[in-house]
Design a binder for this molecule. Structure first.
Ligand SMILES: [Ca+2]
Ligand SMILES: [Ca+2]
Ligand SMILES: [Ca+2]
Ligand SMILES: [Ca+2]
Length: 280
């Protein structure tokens, strides 16, 4: 017990809502008599039944250990944002590069359909930093960039050609304006438990003006189909017409290795994905 308490001090969050550190402490102790640990995410489920279609199917997560923030179920258990100034803890953390840097989710066999405006939203756990007022607008975010792609076979993917435009100097910036068509950029107000919002609010990503936040993607965007491994005009057109089955979300540097993302911003955390329309 003494060792456990010490580990708690080191890990700083035992028993907290983050959930994973107690298991990590027990694992470090090699305590074979400890009861099997169950992550909070394993007992949570996404909301259903009102037009917010949360990706609820874990297809692939090579970095999944089932413990704490490495429990991939946290990315498919619903979205629990914490508002403009706090990050959700209901998340799965990606590795910076390699196989563990990506996750593939689905909608229990359904296809996300093209609809008016954004078709789905990706929720990481960014939050505004600093005091916000008229002289300091919402231009600084603790952000960890993600690249988003969609497809129908888990092999060929189409994306939105994400572009980082801070070129002088080419260094990391926490200003969202430079991160075009990435996810992991906009803080999240939508929380299915504590701040469910209306469906219209959820699909309004303008968190500063009352929307649910997160980063929205539109299959009709002019940049859709301009990136992605295996994306061609046939696949692009098929997805734009008939929708897609899978979404692949990756830590940005594992795809665009030259991006100036330091280690403090290289392990994005996935809370979930919500689509506007899904057909069986
Ligand atoms: Ca659309
Ligand atoms: Ca992180
Ligand atoms: Ca994060
Ligand atoms: Ca979640």
């Amino acid at each position: 017990m003494v060792f456990y308490i010490s580990l708690c001090l080191i890990l700083s969050n035992c028993g907290g809502s983050g959930g994973g550190d107690e298991a990590a402490a027990l694992a470090l102790l090699g305590n074979s008599s400890a009861p099997a640990y169950s992550s909070p995410c394993d007992s949570l489920v996404p909301e259903t039944g009102r037009g917010v279609f949360v990706a609820d199917q874990l297809i692939s997560a090579p970095g999944n250990t089932g413990i704490g923030y490495k429990n991939a179920n946290c990315a498919a258990d619903g979205v629990r944002g914490q508002g403009e100034f706090n990050g959700s803890l209901d998340v799965y953390t990606l590795a910076a590069t390699g196989s563990g840097a990506s996750i593939i989710l689905g909608w229990s066999g359904g296809k996300v359909q093209p609809s008016t405006g954004i078709d789905f939203i990706v929720y990481e756990n960014p939050f505004f930093v600093g005091v916000q007022n008229s002289s300091n607008p919402f231009n600084a975010v603790f952000l960890e960039p993600l690249i988003v792609e969609v497809g129908n076979d888990q092999t060929n993917w189409c994306g939105w050609n994400p572009a980082y435009t801070n070129s002088d100097p080419y260094t990391f910036s926490n200003n969202p304006t430079y991160w075009n068509r990435f996810a992991g950029i906009t803080p999240v107000a939508y929380n299915q438990d504590s701040n469910p919002m209306t469906v219209a609010e959820v699909f309004d990503t303008d968190i500063v003006n009352g929307g649910g936040g997160g980063d929205g993607f539109d299959l009709s965007d002019a940049n859709f189909g301009d990136s992605g491994s295996g994306c061609d005009s046939t696949l692009k057109s098929n997805i734009q017409t008939n929708g897609f089955t899978y979404i692949k979300i990756s830590a940005a540097k594992t795809i665009l290795s030259s991006l100036p993302i330091d280690s403090a911003h290289a392990n994005p955390d996935i809370d979930g994905v919500a689509a506007k329309s899904v057909s069986p």
